[in-house]
Design a binder for this molecule. Structure first.
Ligand SMILES: *Cc1c(COP(=O)(O)O)cnc(C)c1O
Length: 401
């Protein structure tokens, strides 16, 4: 049997690993040694699942989208991560990592954030556990995402605007790593996606795997078999996608389709379509596909969606894509806007602009009438209403209001 799981050295095929500065070596090594034992213990699982149920509101529903099913000629089910506490899948991961941090005796939490969604999810669990929280965020993003900054501050976190580079997510990651180097003993870095040095990609994938664990029994109840014909998710760093596919990675009956952010088009200078455009490089502690120039300088990512705005993509997904296990589509800004409006008008669900990329993938696929398609709505669109309104001319008929 194929396995797309991480190997004992922290690699997914040629991708992954742990490329960290000497000073972090012990810290990362301790985490590598400890994480599996802790997260597989009955005590951890009980606490984690109790919080997912009573605090996050899981299981998230698997909803049969009837009108959209008719439009696309398939049986479409939406995995509703948008209904979680704080409005997206990110909380599944931050709950798990803070429980791990506590068991490892750490007292100070740091995190990076782009749009602010992971920062809010981290500040939320720090408030829940009464722990100190420091969030690194590019100064450009601090201005663009002011509401999330205020939410983090209200939750008790300190937000550090980062003024290096383009002052966006990639720079915030570098700054978080720098801070970690200064406080390796007491600090736990809560990474927000399937990124970073081993074991983070595997740790985050396992924390998000509750999504596909639920899809299995929910499909069994609703369609009488525990696997779909298609799984569809949007992909930035890769965490909601990893959670969606986790229990189906080696099940070749299941087609996997991932939607990355094309921006103005994957073949333009304004794109975040890392798997279309990237080449092998090392970024933020791991080997992955990275958008870089001939000298290895990281290129800025561009997309209408702040949550997909990253020039790299997690190693697990790089490996599956280059081996042909996943089909990766590049969805442009206008297609995503239209997808977001379509779900809004057809099903009464305003999706996050990130999730709207997954919706837009539907029109690029051909289904058979009895195909079971599960699409993860990674988050809710309240944060994106202004973006949707400012771009309604991209939404075709749906934009005429
Ligand atoms: C952060 C975010 C994403 C992208 O991150 P992944 O790690 O690729 O899942 C997608 N959707 C929403 C709603 C987000 O907040």
């Amino acid at each position: 049997m194929n396995s797309y799981q991480v190997d004992s050295e922290g690699f997914y095929g040629e991708f992954g690993g742990a490329y960290v500065p000497e000073i972090l070596y012990k810290c990362v090594h301790d985490l590598q040694g400890a994480y599996r034992g802790i997260i597989e213990s009955a005590e951890f699982k009980n606490e984690y699942h109790a919080l997912l149920r009573d605090y996050v509101g899981r299981p998230s529903p698997l909803y049969h989208a009837q009108r959209m099913s008719e439009t696309y000629g398939c049986r479409l089910y939406l995995k509703r991560e948008d209904l979680n506490h704080t409005g997206a899948h990110k909380i599944n991961n931050t709950i798990g990592q803070i429980l791990l941090a506590r068991r490892m005796g750490k007292t100070r939490i740091i995190a990076e954030t782009g749009a602010g969604q992971h920062g809010v999810a981290t500040a939320t669990v720090c408030a829940l556990m009464g722990m100190q929280c420091e969030v690194f965020m590019g100064a450009t993003d601090v201005e663009r995402q002011h509401t999330n900054v205020e939410r983090m501050r209200m939750l008790g976190a300190t937000v550090h605007p980062v003024r290096t580079g383009n002052m966006t997510l990639s720079d915030a990651c570098s700054e978080a790593i720098r801070d970690w180097c200064c406080h390796p003993a007491d600090t736990f870095y809560i990474v927000g996606s399937t990124m970073g040095p081993h074991p983070y990609p595997d740790l985050v994938a396992r924390m998000q795997s509750v999504i596909s664990e639920e899809i299995k029994w929910q499909l069994q109840e609703k369609v009488g078999r525990d696997y779909p014909d298609y799984l569809i998710a949007c992909i930035g760093g890769g965490s909601n996608a990893a959670g969606t596919i986790y229990h189906y990675m080696d099940d070749e009956r299941v087609h996997i389709v991932l939607a990355e952010a094309g921006g103005h088009g994957w073949d333009t200078d304004h794109t975040a379509a890392t798997m279309h455009r990237g080449t092998v490089g090392i970024l933020h502690g791991a080997k992955m596909l990275v958008m870089q120039d001939d000298d290895g300088q990281i290129q800025e990512a561009f997309t209408i969606s702040a949550g997909l705005d990253y020039p790299g993509v997690g190693p697990m997904h790089c490996n599956m894509a280059v081996k042909g296990r996943t089909k990766v589509l590049s969805i442009n800004d206008d297609e995503a806007i239209r997808g977001g409006y379509e779900l809004t008008r057809m099903e009464g669900i305003i999706p996050a602009i990130e999730s709207a990329h997954a919706i837009a993938a539907l029109s690029k696929l051909t289904f058979k009438a009895d195909d079971v398609v599960v699409l993860t709505v990674s988050g809710r669109g309240d944060k994106d209403v202004e973006t949707y309104l400012a771009n309604k001319q991209m939404a075709g008929d749906y934009g005429n209001f």
